[in-house]
Design a protein around this ligand. Sequence first.
Ligand SMILES: Nc1ncnc2c1ncn2[C@@H]1O[C@H](COP(=O)(O)OP(=O)(O)OP(=O)(O)O)[C@@H](O)[C@H]1O
Length: 365
Amino acid sequence: MSEPVLSIRNLSISFRTGNGMVNAIRGVDLDLHRGETVAIVGESGSGKSVTVKAIMRILSGNQTINSGTIAFRYEREGRQVTEDLLKLSKKDMRSRINGKRIAMVFQDPMTSLNPTMTVGNQIMEGMMIHLKKSRAEAYKRALELLQLVGITDPEKRMKSYPHQLSGGMRQRVVIAIMLACDPEVLICDEPTTALDVTIQAKILELIKDIQKKTGISVIYITHDLGVVAKVADYVAVMYAGKIVERGSVNDIFYDPRHPYTWGLLSSMPDIETESEKLFSIPGSPPNLLHQVEGDAFAPRNVYALNIDFKQEPPMFRVSDTHYAATWLLHENAPAVQMPQTLRDRLDKVMKEVGDPWKTDALSCR
Ligand SMILES: Nc1ncnc2c1ncn2[C@@H]1O[C@H](COP(=O)(O)OP(=O)(O)OP(=O)(O)O)[C@@H](O)[C@H]1O
């Protein structure tokens, strides 16, 4: 098994607020291997964005990192090095990591674009600063990148300003900017949510295509079941600041084990359910201002056992690739199956997505 490019261990983050400390991230472990896509899914507020922002070290001033390591393995001056990103100074993060080796695409492309600079200069800037390329070299590469992200007439587009482009084009330009320095890791935080369905599909294909060509590793945050099934090799399911289930896309779509994952998959939109009324998980997530006792999902879980209210479940192993933190996996627990309506829905999603047993999905391990 290859060493992961990125390994998060026991990450715990709190935010100071007027009402006290919010324990937003409560011991996250996550691995990302070369060339793989890991999708992080979970309800709003479960901690997806805070986790990926911690990788980039772009958290707000009221945050405290209570514990954890984020080991990043990359090549520097011809050697493999491993650094704990949480131990790097802000200056080292800026000069060595952010935008250069780890790049992030946000939901709103305008967050990453400078409205007063041409597209060309924005793509070239990073290459000239970080990779010390000459202007002519950077220009040539910028044209190639615009082509790679599917922008026609790249010479003309180099001179455009962001406001002269459509939403889909802007997101393509952002991806070109992010790829300019050949990063090892691309983090996509709901990158297609603001775009219409056809453009969404094109951007997803683009990211997959780039991944095939460059071997880049991708972390993808999304609320959309169809997107997860299409882009992910592995899925991490977050609830109340923890990863409660993780597995290959096939593990999660064919054999999900955590009742929260069942609820989440039943409530996630897919291409066909726009107008249909979706299931919604009853109740709401716990207030993380307070200490969580037992399984954080227990009060909303119709399958909860007595122990769920008293003791937090460990991560139980289902297979080498699949783990879930639910007492239902304990050897003495009653046998409980996922609801049949969910089984039918997942079968339908996987059929639409095509052959789920992607031959490359498990090839790295
Ligand atoms: N600056 C902050 N101050 C206080 N609490 C914060 C801050 N940033 C995030 N949080 C809290 O951290 C928790 C996790 O937030 P996060 O944005 O990671 O959720 P998410 O899963 O990405 O949600 P969404 O899908 O809505 O983006 C939430 O409870 C949120 O209120």
